[in-house]
Design a protein. Structure first.
Length: 374
């Protein structure tokens, strides 16, 4: 099947690029001597997760229990949830454990940890937990500088029904870094914070087996993050315009594109594509320097030369409004490739991903965990 024959818009994944991305990150983890546990929220597909595990990944991360249940149904049984799961979901967690899933969660609140301890008591099973540490992103995680930080770690480690595994962080602020040097400093501070808290915990008698770090922009510095035992990048499997803007990959490494059609050219300076916020997402562009717009446009399906003079300035649900130069050759009916700003969200907006080799569709990848955001 030729992608020029399919109704637009749709999402493609380049087969060679996705395989190369998987292999490269696995090699990076191996060279640093750490386990690779990819975050599956990027692809939400058991098929892609199997490619990652076959390449050497120890398991996967999921954003929510709904995703974990889908992957467990598909036979993937080593799953970490680096998300603060509420003990109200204990029945679902116990059901996964009863099925033989090696499941771990994070906590950043001692009362929540006590709730999980109570939920697991009397079951004969233990739930693996890590304490989430805020390393600068200021979302979830305990404050490592708080006088209570060590007390929380010790308290979690002493609770019945739980098996304390270690500390976990996410350097999400690397996405807003202004330079490669800034990302390197973020990665260095991330592991420095984890090592410091782990040392204090060990000196107080707590067994800290794992230091888990995660972020695609900072993944390139894993070899410098001495003491880390695990890395959890997710976006790397496809990459996107943001990752290219942050220097995580050249444009040629980006595997995901949206194929769209020009549906209108009402004036010489404006072109309308049939892929709007329901396909591309309205996530803003990020990267070093001035990165703007809602995707990078390739005016030819067969070449890798983006046209910088085409700027997608506005999205509505079904329309992309792009500013073009008067001599732009695009006319209604022409097809383009668009590199989206954020591949993880695009996946959650599509029913399937078309695996392609050039213009040829070689497989259809179902997104079984799409919408499992609970």
């Amino acid at each position: 099947m030729d992608i020029r024959q399919l109704p637009t818009p749709f999402v493609t994944i380049d087969r060679a690029r996705v395989r190369a991305n998987i292999a490269a990150m696995q090699a990076l983890a191996a060279s640093a001597g750490v386990a690779l546990r990819p975050h599956a929220k990027t692809h939400k597909s058991p098929a892609v997760a199997r490619w990652q595990i076959e390449a050497g990944a120890v398991g996967i991360c999921c954003a929510k229990l709904g995703e974990a249940e889908v992957f467990a149904d598909a036979g993937i049984t080593n799953i970490r949830l680096p998300y603060p799961v509420n003990p109200a979901n204990a029945d679902r967690v116990r059901a996964l454990l009863a099925r033989g899933v090696t499941l771990s969660i994070i906590v950043d609140d001692l009362d929540v940890a006590r709730g999980w301890s109570q939920a697991m008591s009397g079951t004969g099973a233990k739930l693996d937990v890590l304490v989430k540490v805020d390393v600068g992103f200021h979302r979830c995680g305990i404050d490592p500088d708080s006088p209570r930080a060590l007390d929380i770690v010790k308290g979690v480690s002493e609770l019945s029904g739980l098996r304390f595994r270690g500390l976990l962080s996410h350097a999400g602020h690397s996405y807003t870094a202004g330079s490669m040097h800034d990302i390197a400093e973020i990665a260095d501070r991330e592991i420095t914070i984890l090592r410091s808290l782990a040392t204090r915990a060990r000196e107080s008698g707590v067994d800290v087996a794992e230091l888990s770090v995660g972020s695609t922009p900072s993944a390139r510095f894993i070899a410098l993050q001495k003491g880390a035992t695990e890395m959890r990048p997710g976006n790397y499997v496809f990459f996107d315009r943001t990752q290219a803007g942050l220097g995580s990959t050249p444009l040629e490494g980006c595997a995901m594109h949206v194929i769209a059609t020009v549906v209108s050219r009402p004036v010489a300076s404006r072109v309308i594509f049939d892929a709007g916020s329901k396909t591309l997402t309205s996530d803003a562009a990020r990267g070093f320097g001035a990165v703007t717009g809602y995707g990078l446009v390739y005016p030819d399906l067969e070449t890798d030369q983006p046209m910088g003079s085409i700027a997608i300035e506005r999205l509505s649900e079904e329309h992309s409004v792009a500013r073009v130069l008067p001599d732009c050759p695009l006319r209604p009916g022409d097809r383009v490739r668009i590199l989206p700003n954020h591949s993880c969200v695009v996946t959650n907006l599509a029913n399937e991903l078309l695996l392609v080799d050039g213009l040829k569709v070689v497989d259809r990848i179902n997104i079984e965990a799409r919408g499992k955001n609970y």
